[in-house]
Write a protein that binds this ligand. Structure first.
Ligand SMILES: Cc1cc2nc3c(=O)[nH]c(=O)nc-3n(C[C@H](O)[C@H](O)[C@H](O)COP(=O)(O)OP(=O)(O)OC[C@H]3O[C@@H](n4cnc5c(N)ncnc54)[C@H](O)[C@@H]3O)c2cc1C
Length: 497
């Protein structure tokens, strides 16, 4: 009987990064992925020769010496990605239907302050305080700064328990500026009363330092990580859906849908913790743990519109556009009658042209309730009624986009859409949640998932630990592996890379 050192269930970003770290340490690693492709949310797909991303629109902190650059150096992938830096003077542009301004988020902290201060001259000192406070919050995380030893207890709980929206309201009484600062909300699906400042800070502070797109599709990130796994002797098996975790007093093996039993000394689950615990055998499951994890709320899902453009009709935009119908950037609890209240739109970068875009991706929130009636159906096999629903939604979204980009319809060759049900089917996240477990400042310790589960030999990784996104999942993978190969050992290696 073959026994691996490590079996990793799921080859999303978290699983792949754990495979990268542990295989380079000489451990015998096997990843099991239910889909035909690796990557989970960072897959790309091509339609009419146009490449679209499913969940890696852009990423942050990849400049020399910056946080994700240091992690990617350690993963041995930094020189292997085709990267494009977004517009220094405005990588994000925030707009509202009530005025014609496009408020820029410039890269570089002084640049950011100066460019917003042009619109809000009286707020310059408050913008300085905002940047200083975000730095302070980020610097509380040793695994972010990579300066000190990994001691989670060093994070002051009070900093983590501050609410992002309340904080933004406290630094400025200017309602518009306050909402502009929350303008990247769709990157974390922030809930006004719940989302902690640390999520907002880690994302905004790192993006403001530097923001990047992957040219010709984000799935390259998955492919380059997988190259390293293969190089180190690791194995990735596709179309291998895990249906149970079993063993005697501890997790020893997983069973796959096609009837194979695969043994390992330790097992890492890259799938949502609730979904994982639902398939752990009863004799080793911890029921109180399972019911606590099952009760946690998840972030809202997304409706995505993938537009194939007619040739040379729409410019390549080297920035992301976030548009809101009202001066309220906290729109997760939207009113269905007024949907969509917001979108984030961008043109994926392609190596053929810096001038013309060949596609547009626009995303906006979608509540699971809107698609619940089709939850018993599966992707590529749904009813006409569902397809009509998606088309109706797409047309409404295009109407709303045309407010800022007039006559967009004339430039469209065709379009495709996805809903939370699509994500549920591809990645198995409950209700197609975009970013997994919702972090809540008033219930923080329950909503942050520790890598070591309550069940012996079973570890978690991925976006549900501390934070989602490329940055959050990279740090999370390091945290998971540090439980296996030693915290100081791994962090010293990353620091020195
Ligand atoms: C619409 C959208 C846009 C986004 N945009 C950005 C962005 O611009 N920048 C950014 O930094 N982040 C972005 N994100 C977030 C980021 O993509 C995710 O946080 C991250 O990719 C999640 O990685 P993961 O490994 O935790 O999970 P996943 O990607 O969900 O991976 C889980 C894997 O497990 C597999 N799996 C599930 N069940 C089983 C099973 N039973 N057996 C075997 N395999 C199984 C799945 O198929 C999947 O491959 C976006 C996300 C979404 C949804």
């Amino acid at each position: 009987m073959e026994k691996y050192d490590i079996v990793i269930v799921g080859a999303g970003l978290g699983g792949l990064l754990c495979g990268n770290i542990l295989s380079r340490e000489g451990l015998k690693v096997c990843l099991l992925e239910k889909n035909k492709m690796i990557g989970g949310c960072i897959q790309s797909f091509a339609k009419n020769k146009t490449i679209f991303n499913t969940g890696l629109n852009y990423t942050e902190g990849l400049g020399e010496g910056e946080v994700l650059n240091r992690y990617f150096k350690y993963f041995n992938i930094i020189d292997k990605l085709k990267l494009k830096r977004l517009d220094i003077e405005g990588f994000e542009r925030i707009s509202f239907s009530e005025d014609n301004n496009e408020y820029p988020f410039a890269q570089g902290y002084n640049n950011f302050i100066e460019s917003l201060a042009e619109y809000f001259p009286k707020e310059k000192e408050n913008l300085k305080i905002y940047i200083k406070d975000m730095k302070h919050v980020c610097n509380s995380f040793p695994f972010y700064t990579l300066n000190d030893s990994m001691d989670l207890s060093a994070i002051g709980l009070n900093k983590l328990q501050t609410n992002a929206y309340n904080y933004l309201s406290s630094i400025t009484s200017n309602n518009k500026l306050n909402n502009i600062l929350g303008g990247m909300n769709s990157l974390y699906a922030g809930v006004q009363a719940e989302t902690p400042l640390y999520i907002h800070s880690l994302i905004n502070y790192t993006f403001i330092k530097s923001a990047w797109r992957i040219i010709d599709g984000g799935s390259q990130l998955a492919a380059r990580i997988a190259d390293e796994i293969y190089k180190n002797g690791g194995i990735i098996r596709l179309s291998k859906k895990v249906v149970s975790f079993g063993g005697d007093k501890k997790v020893d093996y997983v069973d796959t849908e096609d009837g194979e039993r695969i043994y390992a000394k330790k097992i890492i689950s890259n799938i949502h913790p609730k979904v994982t615990l639902d398939i752990v055998d009863r004799n080793i499951n911890k029921m109180a743990f399972k019911s606590r994890i099952s009760s946690l709320e998840n972030t809202i899902g997304m409706f995505s519109l993938y537009i194939v453009l007619k040739k040379k009709q729409f410019p390549y935009l080297n920035y992301n556009h976030h548009h809101f119908s009202k001066v309220n950037t906290w729109t997760t609890n939207y009113n269905e009658a007024y949907w969509p209240e917001h979108y984030m739109l961008y043109t994926p970068s392609n190596s053929n042209s810096d001038i013309w875009a060949n596609g547009i991706i626009a995303i906006t929130y979608m509540k699971y309730n809107e698609v619940k009636k089709w939850e018993d159906t599966y992707t590529e096999n749904r009813s006409d009624e569902y397809l009509e629903f998606k088309q109706r939604k797409a047309e409404k979204l295009i109407d709303f986009i045309e407010v800022k980009f007039p006559r967009l319809r004339e430039k469209i060759e065709c379009y495709y859409t996805s809903t939370p049900l699509t994500y549920r089917d591809y990645t198995a996240t409950p209700n197609g949640s975009a970013y997994g477990i919702l972090k809540k400042q008033d219930n923080l310790l329950s909503t942050i998932i520790t890598p070591r589960s309550r069940i012996e030999n079973l570890y978690f990784t991925g976006q549900n630990l501390n934070m989602h996104g490329i940055l959050g999942v990279s740090i999370g993978a390091a945290l998971t592996c540090s439980e296996i190969i030693g915290r100081d050992y791994l962090f010293n290696k990353i620091k020195k890379a």
